[in-house]
Design a protein around this ligand. Structure first.
Ligand SMILES: *Cc1c(COP(=O)(O)O)cnc(C)c1O
Length: 327
């Protein structure tokens, strides 16, 4: 499928030399924090296909939703600015006095911000109402799902797997494990499909960021739905069973977005040993999960391990207080 170019690709893939030396594992990192779109992240790859779909079908406005620190909303705002589309964001909670992190960037990128207020429930209905209202005023409004996680968005990670395959061949290196943060599932769905299509080595190790109570349907089911949608239009269907969609659910004891010692540990380890920043919500939590599984020997010593950095760094600035104190 055609895409609207937003990302600087391929993103770098490189070794974490210091952490590899210290741990006895061979650790590489794939830098999707470097996709380039207004500080980058995994949503950029999805938006290349989503924005193309909006443009091809004559839409002039996009809406999406998320948390106030949503990286997806910030990248959607940037993508819309680049593509000449009006952007509306439906954000959870009450408007804060001071804008920080991603919220500040979404504002600077020209998005129209709508705050849900106290009631976080009923988001789907509120979004449809907003779409209706915009259309009544003459806009043609394209709805991007939360996290950009439908088949169109997942196409970004199907192609990312082709990109990875090529880089692995050039490096002559094959991961045994591929760790990353999973949340709305589009990234993971694309990786599963792409892994089958392009025969990419390595067991996918998605670390769940959210609490399961926050989902309307199990994430495994949502991912399978995207696979089913893919197969419905594919010349070559892929076979992926629910058993293959294993999600690591040991590192989501805290609420979504809650900064704990785990995320701080991950942020410190990467920052102080490798000069790389991860975020408090997604990549910090996922990297901690990987780190813990290495430290506790759940991953055999000497294994080749890839951490896929999915971005999120602007959120650091919304956690200034929590990150300053060393507890
Ligand atoms: C959205 C996001 C994820 C999760 O990707 P999904 O496709 O929603 O599962 C991971 N990391 C960061 C930084 C994100 O913004």
């Amino acid at each position: 499928m055609k895409k609207y170019s937003l990302a600087f690709l391929p993103t770098p893939l490189h070794k974490l030399n210091n952490l590899s030396n210290q741990t006895g594992y061979d650790i590489y990192i794939k830098r999707d924090d470097q996709t380039g779109l207004a500080t980058g992240g995994n949503k950029t790859r999805k938006l290349e296909f989503l924005i193309q779909e909006a443009l091809s079908n004559g839409f002039d406005t996009v809406i999406t939703a998320g948390a106030q620190q949503s990286n997806h909303c910030r990248q959607t705002a940037a993508a819309a600015a680049q593509a000449g589309l009006e952007c509306h964001l439906w954000l959870n909670g009450i408007e804060p006095e001071v804008y920080q992190g991603n919220l500040l960037l979404s504002h600077l990128l020209g998005a129209h911000l709508h705050f849900s207020g106290e009631k976080a429930k009923g988001r789907e209905a509120a979004l449809l109402d907003l779409q209706k209202e915009l259309n009544k005023s003459g806009r043609k409004t394209y709805m991007i799902p939360v996290g950009g996680s439908n088949l169109t968005g997942a196409l970004g990670y199907i192609s990312a797997m082709a990109e990875l395959k090529q880089q692995l061949q050039e490096l002559n290196w094959q991961p045994d494990y591929i760790f990353f943060a999973t949340s709305s599932g589009g990234t993971q769905a694309g990786m599963h499909i792409g892994q089958v299509l392009y025969q990419v080595p390595g067991k996918l190790m998605p670390v769940l960021i959210d609490k399961e109570k926050d989902f309307d349907q199990p994430l495994e089911a949502k991912i399978l739905e995207i696979v089913r949608d893919y197969n419905q239009q594919a010349a070559q269907p892929v076979k992926i069973s629910i058993e293959e969609i294993e999600i690591i659910k040991d590192y989501n004891k805290a609420e979504y977005g809650e900064l704990t010692r785990n995320e701080k540990t991950a942020i410190e380890i990467l920052a102080k040993n490798e000069g790389i920043l991860v975020d408090p919500v997604y990549t910090g939590r996922a990297f901690y999960g990987m780190w813990d599984m290495l430290q506790t020997g759940q991953i055999p010593k000497g294994s080749k391990v890839l951490f896929w950095h999915t971005g999120g760094v602007p959120a650091l600035f919304a956690y200034a207080e929590g990150l300053k104190n060393n507890k």
